[in-house]
Design a protein. Structure first.
Length: 54
């Protein structure tokens, strides 16, 4: 089972995804450190999409 990992690429990037088992990185290149507050609907959509892939 894989879980979505929503982090800014410049903050953790793929290194974090590689270190956390069962994750799939989701990028928001136009957002900062808090995509869940900057664009909550977009964040929610990606999160639910990732969870549905389980």
């Amino acid at each position: 089972m894989k879980y979505p990992l929503c982090l800014p690429r410049h903050y953790f990037g793929e290194q974090a995804a590689e270190g956390i088992p069962q994750t799939t990185p989701v990028e928001f290149p136009d957002l900062g450190h808090s995509p869940q507050t900057q664009e909550p609907e977009r964040f929610r959509e990606e999160l639910l999409k990732g969870l549905a892939d389980q």
